[in-house]
Ligand binder design. Structure first.
Ligand code: KG4
Ligand code: ZN
Length: 417
């Protein structure tokens, strides 16, 4: 007799996570071991260190998830694991452990695309709302923006029967939005990951002080051309239609809209911020801030904002606020334009950058203006976690879409077509 309990395991980047979720919606446990302290001195994720930390953490993290759920491992129906995209060595740790566990317990193994996991972080909580308040997502096309440290993707998502399918309708040509946050934070002498610091500090600056031209981002997106596309971001078909910017729906699609091919580019704004600091001779204040932050390795915006504000002069805060406004504006404009082109009635926004306060406020306001239903995950489910992996596995469990014993890491795994 199935219990509806799925153990999810996530190790694609710098978080080792395990969770048990019942029927894709009820979180029985959700454990995340962050590696921030390990990578922080380097200002970014070091792949070899990530694999080592996953190896250290995987057993205690899975054990904690099982204990916190108050269950015996034998009561779960299946084990779900992230198979890509992500760091090869990091993914392999989760996959090897999940395979061994599935084999030992005689349970099926389900492979989950990390990006689908992020989308299910929102769907999981929407399913909870549906149960509690008896309300469903509106009928009509669903557009999902996944915006994180590794990804900036737009998907047209469809729910057919139990399963979800996806079509990629937007992507970045170079850096992901979260990557831009992290790189700009690093070059300004702030801590890692940079997104939460910029989010907190931007509230103290003037977002109109530095006129970062959004057209910089747009122009670069088109100039970047095909060279900037990594293999997992574009299918052959999308690549061919890049210059056109949209393609017709393939036969069999029942929507009467063109499929847009929305392009983002965030490497230009990072360079613009660097140039601004050079022209305005901000180096000394950056080095001072870096030195102060180096003495506070565990500093987080929630615990050390006052200390960090004390080493940020007003021009720096204005620069941070202007950077954030430019990025959020670009994400907002292109996402809503795509939603309109597709006739979307629902917008799901997920991934680490979806935790950003300004993004949530501005997206929510525009969705209200356009009468579009918008949903974000709670903050805990915005960044990487395994509850989203277990939730994404539930439809696959119902349709018996199990992974072969030969499952391996796929660092460049694409989602949808
Ligand atoms: O989804 P995630 O945990 O990992 C990936 O799949 O990449 O996202 C991490 C990214 C980092 O780049 C981090 O700086 C960014 O999300 N991030 C934020 C915020 N919180 C995390 N960016 C902007 N504002 C935030 N509040
Ligand atoms: Zn992620």
């Amino acid at each position: 007799m199935p219990t509806g309990l799925i153990l999810g395991i996530e190790s694609s980047c710098d978080e080792t996570a395990a969770a048990i979720v019942e029927r894709g919606s009820a979180i029985r446990s959700n454990v995340v071991a962050s590696q921030i302290a390990t990578h922080s001195p380097y200002g970014g994720v070091v792949p070899e260190l990530a694999s080592r930390e996953h190896l250290r953490n995987i057993v205690p993290v899975v054990r904690a998830a099982v204990e916190q759920a108050g269950l015996a491992l034998s009561s779960i129906d299946a084990i779900a694991v992230t198979s890509g995209p992500g760091l090869a060595g990091a993914l392999m740790v989760g996959i090897s452990y999940a395979k061994a566990l599935a084999f030992a317990l005689g349970k099926p193994l389900i492979a989950i695309n990390h990006l689908e996991g992020h989308i299910h972080a929102v769907l999981l909580e929407q399913a909870q709302l549906a149960e509690a308040e008896d309300r469903e997502l509106p009928d009509g096309p669903v557009l999902a923006l996944v915006v994180s440290g590794g990804h900036t993707h737009l998907y047209l998502a469809r729910h057919t029967g139990e399963s979800w399918s996806y079509r990629n309708v937007g992507r970045t040509l170079d850096d992901a939005a979260g990557e831009a946050y992290d790189k700009v934070a690093k070059l300004l002498g702030l801590g890692y990951p940079g997104g939460p610091w910029i989010d907190a500090l931007a509230a103290h600056g003037n977002p109109h002080a530095v006129p970062f031209a959004i057209s910089n981002i747009k122009a670069k997106a088109h100039r970047g051309g095909r060279k900037g596309i990594t293999s997992y971001m574009a299918t052959q078909e999308q690549d061919e239609h890049l210059s056109e910017g949209s393609t017709a729906f393939a036969s069999g699609d029942d929507l009467q809209h063109e499929i847009p091919d929305t392009l983002f580019s965030f490497s230009g704004i990072k360079t613009a911020v660097l140039r601004y600091t050079q022209v305005h001779e901000m180096q000394a204040s950056i080095e001072h801030r870096r030195a102060v932050l180096a003495t506070m390795p565990d500093a987080k915006p929630s615990t050390a904002l006052a200390e960090v504000l004390a080493v940020c002069d007003q021009p720096t805060l204005d620069l941070i606020a202007s950077f954030q406004r430019a990025v959020v504006d670009d994400l907002r404009r292109k996402t809503f334009r795509t939603a309109e082109a597709l006739g979307a009635t629902t917008l799901l926004v997920s991934g680490g950058v979806a935790a950003n306060r300004e993004l949530r406020v501005r997206f929510t306001a525009e969705a209200a203006d356009r009468d579009l239903y918008i949903a974000f995950p709670s903050l805990a489910l915005s960044t990487d976690n395994a509850a989203m992996i277990a939730a994404a596995a539930w439809p696959k469990f119902l349709s018996r879409d199990f992974a072969p014993e030969t499952l391996s890491a796929d660092p460049g795994l694409a989602l949808g077509r």
